[in-house]
Design a protein around this ligand. Sequence first.
Ligand code: NAD
Ligand code: TDX
Length: 330
Amino acid sequence: MRLLVTGGAGFIGANFVRLTLAERPDVDVTVLDLLTYAGNSASLPEDPRVTLVKGDVADPEVVDSLVRDADAVVHFAAESHNDNSLDEPWPFVHTNIVGTFHLLEAARRHGVRFHHISTDEVFGDLPLGTPERFTPDTPYNPSSPYSSTKAGADLLVRAWVRSFGLEATLSNCSNNYGPYQHVEKFIPRQITTLLDGGRAKLYGAGLNVRDWIHVDDHNRAVWAILERGKIGQTYLIGADGEMDNRTVISTLLEIMGREADDFDHVPDRPGHDLRYAIDASLLRDELGWEPEHRDLRAGLVATVDWYREHEPWWRAQKLETELRYQRLGR
Ligand code: NAD
Ligand code: TDX
């Protein structure tokens, strides 16, 4: 089987390729990735079963030839960072919406199975301190340019299923953590700043809640959907990992042997979503998926170790990322 993985040099995509090589000996992978600031070929293993093609998902010609040669497409490629989308929204429209359109058209032309990777942020946010969670029936209500372009892409996929009979599935996952995550994101930003002797950076009061899941649990769910998911169905992926940002920072400070007050409050993100929480019962009941990483603290310990041991992987990103945050005042 030949799988086309878009965005396979990014955080979740690279972990997906690694998991696939380790657990699916019958699968060869072609990665289509533009290698933007967020893509890194060093996140991919050197392996004869992996071919990396540098190209844009919004380039119809490259997309057509790669989709034609694939048995299935898993579409991870995206502009993925909310803070960047507030600063400069156009790349989000280009990659997330126009790129998804060209992939869908190619999959339709060549009759190729398609899985679309999306986020829980398409549903907007939930109030703090309630038991309410997102389900596949929650109405779309995105807040940021990032989440609105992901919502737009999801709706294109749904329309291509209904109007053209495209064999597609969708998944909306909560916040991922694990190795190879860009240092612009919350957890690796704090870990690498603390490793450099700096202070952690908390947006606003830090009461915002995210529903953390280990990247391998996300990717195992993607495989379950690819193999056994119902065409046209949206699956929500989450591992009951709710924690507020302030507690995440306290936990990291404790793990890394730092003082409990070694963090700064920095100005809040405009439009900052309060809380995300996923009800993954469809995935569990229909496809029998269960998360393997259930202890968030243990997952954070392993993630701290990974960044401690892989400084050459993240060092080059760190300076430019912090310069960007300095300009944004965060
Ligand atoms: P990432 O930013 O780490 O990786 C994105 C990858 O896409 C990079 O390798 C980048 O080079 C590539 N890319 C960007 N624009 C491209 C283009 N025009 N053509 C080809 N490649 C391009 O992102 P991630 O965190 O790995 O997220 C992957 C997917 O998962 C995204 O679709 C995102 O919306 C979704 N998602 C992420 C999370 C999370 O917590 N990180 C949670 C739920 C869903
Ligand atoms: O330095 C920081 N301090 C801080 O308090 C950063 C970078 C973030 N935060 C807060 C903002 C959020 O409440 O931490 C939380 C997590 O922030 P991000 O890592 O930027 O993630 P989020 O905005 O929640 O979006 C992520 O999850 C859903 C991914 O980036 C998206 O791609 C995914 O769709």
